[in-house]
Design a protein around this ligand. Structure first.
Ligand SMILES: Cc1cc2nc3c(=O)[nH]c(=O)nc-3n(C[C@H](O)[C@H](O)[C@H](O)COP(=O)(O)OP(=O)(O)OC[C@H]3O[C@@H](n4cnc5c(N)ncnc54)[C@H](O)[C@@H]3O)c2cc1C
Length: 517
């Protein structure tokens, strides 16, 4: 997974050995700020002490481990009977801590496994033609799905990280993929789902799909399985380029070239990942069902603009899995980091009419990123879908379908950073994204990779029309708000719901929330 790899390079030096050893397990989160983050009882074992007192942090007070739909039904009924806020956790990758929750009743879905293929799948109650499909359990991760797909010579559209869950937060956020330009977002590939709603009923959903198709994670019930479209396996052309400049000005001239080239790459069906530092840019792009001849056409204006010493390589891969294994896949994803990001979807019109202005806005945002020069990174995920994939039942911000880049500002900090230092860094990326919000005021942001202080988050994550519809669905299926997450639909309205003496709660979700924004 590209981001994990890059973060590793950036922050590994500042991690304690204890942090680096933490794995994504029952109560672990990819970013430990979601384990440790409370102002009063953070739990981070000091590297030099075996006897330190460890508080509960943001981890649910009690948790259960579900391995089947029947378990989920049982646990949801228990939680609602005792009026507990349900905190659903799968892999713990959420960037806003939505799978952690102080005082909540944790329900771990990672043990619900299983992958199967049905070449003549018809969604329940539908009359559409049978199609090739893959059904996965709630706890399956992308690495498993990709291997299964490769073994069956098919493609399933999925995330860039092998370890993100394939049927949890990814799909409910919208689910972008380096394949999205060619095949759509995850939500465009969802055929059916099963979900246990707050009344303890497992539903095979149809009318409800608009909510889990981008309505946000952790808000609607507990998904137990998802069925995705399967596409025929095809060869893929991919290219990697890295270049370094001695001046920031020259570097951003190349960034402007990448901006101008982005519509061409997208129209060829390509997705890509760019990592922009003040004096360097790396590009990794892939086009499914293409050869490197086509990839070279897509980069015709880039090659002449590269500085001497740049590395460029084109590869004709026999399959998507071959590309993925060589690039995004990492067997030991770095976890236990303190990390935050902010983001903005950038509509295509700016690429076509104002490349200099967009390059300038990206650069202006980057200088806000605080004082740790080694983590001032812009990550661009050109994982947006072609407009033809937009469907009415999709609840994501419509900006996904008219944008070319999902731009992310990232920051990270060592475990001994003070709250003030954390605030400064997080404010830096918040302000960086604000430059892009001001630049593209009618666009939106991706709920699953957004600023935890995203302003006007409903308009930003869903758009006002989708948000209004989602409110109605929420009121119908979870009127007592058992499923509530930070900046989820109605997540802010009732705050923490638990009134049980056993699971006493506070509204604290992040120590910085009370003092910033
Ligand atoms: C390294 C990394 C790479 C990423 N790459 C991509 C990418 O390529 N494309 C992309 O779109 N996103 C990407 N993301 C964002 C990712 O999609 C979200 O973080 C997503 O929410 C993770 O879902 P999860 O189920 O794995 O994680 P968790 O943190 O366990 O859960 C995330 C959210 O989903 C809810 N949830 C989990 N399981 C269920 C369930 N069964 N039913 C109901 N709610 C559930 C949780 O309550 C929580 O709100 C990436 C994130 C990271 C950290």
């Amino acid at each position: 997974m590209a981001r994990g790899r890059l973060w590793k390079a950036c922050v590994i030096a500042s991690l304690t050995i204890f942090q680096a050893l933490i794995k994504v397990t029952f109560h672990s989160y990819e970013q430990i700020n979601w384990e440790t983050c409370t102002s009063s009882d953070a739990c981070l074992v000091p590297a030099n002490s075996k006897n330190a007192t460890c508080g509960q942090g943001s981890i649910s007070t009690y948790s259960v481990h579900a391995t089947s739909s029947a378990d989920v039904v049982k646990y949801v009924n228990f939680a609602t009977k005792y009026n507990l806020r349900i905190v659903t956790k799968n892999t713990g990758h959420d960037y806003a801590g939505r799978s952690s929750g102080k005082g909540g009743f944790g329900l771990w879905t990672h043990g619900i496994k299983g992958i199967s293929r049905n070449t003549t799948f018809v969604p329940a109650g539908s009359s559409i033609a049978p199609q090739d499909a893959v059904t996965i359990g709630a706890g399956v991760q992308w690495s498993d799905v990709y291997q299964f797909a490769d073994d069956n010579n098919i493609i399933v559209v999925g995330g860039d990280s092998p370890n993100v869950g394939a049927a949890g937060g990814w799909i409910q956020g919208g689910g972008h993929s380096v394949l999205s330009q060619a095949y759509g977002l995850g939500v465009d590939n969802l055929l059916q789902a099963t979900i246990v709603t707050a009344n303890g009923v497992e539903r095979t959903i149809n009318e409800y799909q608009g909510a889990i198709r981008g309505g946000g994670p952790g808000t609607w019930g507990i998904i137990t399985s998802i069925t995705y479209k399967a596409h025929p396996g095809v060869p893929c052309a991919w290219v990697s380029i890295s270049s370094r400049f001695s001046t920031v000005d020259d570097n951003y001239k190349l960034v402007q070239k990448y901006i101008e080239q982005a519509p061409v790459w997208a129209d060829l069906g390509g997705g890509s990942f760019l990592n922009i530092l003040p004096q360097s840019v790396t590009f990794l792009g892939v086009i499914p069902n293409a050869t490197s001849v086509r990839a070279k056409q897509g980069l015709a204006t880039i090659e002449p603009a590269l500085p001497p010493g740049s590395n460029i390589s084109y590869v004709d891969a026999p399959s998507f899995q071959s590309f993925f294994k060589a690039t995004f896949d990492v067997s030991n994803e770095i976890v236990g980091i303190n990390f935050a990001l902010s983001s903005r979807l950038i509509p295509r019109t700016y690429f076509e009419t104002d490349s200099a202005g967009l390059a300038s806005a990206l650069r202006k945002g980057q200088v806000f990123l605080g004082s740790s020069a080694d983590v001032q990174t812009i990550q661009v995920l050109a994982d947006t879908p072609a407009p033809k994939f937009q469907r009415n039942v999709t609840s994501t911000t419509p900006s996904w379908y008219n944008s070319l880049w999902h731009v992310i500002y990232t920051t990270a900090w060592p475990s001994n950073a003070t709250v003030a230092q954390q605030q400064q860094l997080i404010k830096g990326i918040h302000d960086g994204a604000q430059v892009l919000r001001d630049y593209s005021p009618n666009s939106g942001a991706y709920i699953s990779e957004a600023d935890v202080y995203e302003p006007n988050h409903e308009a930003s994550f869903w758009g006002t029309a989708n948000a209004a519809r989602l409110k109605t669905i929420k009121a119908k299926y979870d009127p007592k708000n058992f499923f509530q997450v930070w900046q989820g639909m109605d997540g802010m309205a009732l705050r923490i719901r638990s009134t049980s003496a056993m699971l006493s709660s506070t509204p604290e979700m992040h120590p910085l929330l009370t003092s910033f924004a």
